[in-house]
Design a protein around this ligand. Structure first.
Ligand SMILES: [Mn+2]
Length: 146
């Protein structure tokens, strides 16, 4: 299993290849806000663990294993964004919060959150009830003396 840091790299590499067709060390460094030398080190480790193949002057490609995991990691990130958005988390908090939690949930929890998102998407009246309850809760908080 990849560590949280390895997951971040595989996820970003997968996204870069999907969006641009390739992933350069400099692009990965920028996306993760880290030094290019850290990227080179990690890319070499990911190569050793057969998530990708890295050749200094030819760039890198994900292996079947790397691609499969990359796809799952990107889907997990998207699911968690959808989940937080659905339950009413403010847009400004969503990305950072997902980055903070995505590596720390079991796939079991991810799947059950997926069910919950599906449940609310298929039952809009339940979602409306949740929103109504949230409005009431916010009103209670506003009225509470500090
Ligand atoms: Mn992410």
């Amino acid at each position: 299993m990849p560590t949280p840091s390895m997951e971040d790299y595989i996820e970003q590499i997968y996204l870069l290849i999907e969006n641009k067709g390739y992933a350069r060390v400099s692009d990965i460094a920028e996306a993760l806000a880290v030094h290019p030398s850290s990227v080179t080190k990690m890319v070499q480790k990911l190569d050793r663990d057969s998530y990708l193949v890295y050749e200094k002057y030819r760039g890198l490609i994900l292996t079947k294993k790397g691609e499969k995991i990359g796809k799952r990691l990107v889907e997990r990130h998207d699911l968690l964004e959808n989940f937080l958005r659905l339950i009413g988390v403010k847009e400004e908090n969503i990305y950072e919060d997902v980055e903070g939690i995505e590596h720390h949930l079991s796939w079991n929890s991810i799947d059950r959150i997926g069910d919950l998102v599906q449940f609310f998407e298929e039952n809009e009246e339940r979602l409306a009830e949740l929103k109504l309850m949230q409005i009431k809760n916010e009103e209670v908080i506003d009225k509470e003396p500090i």
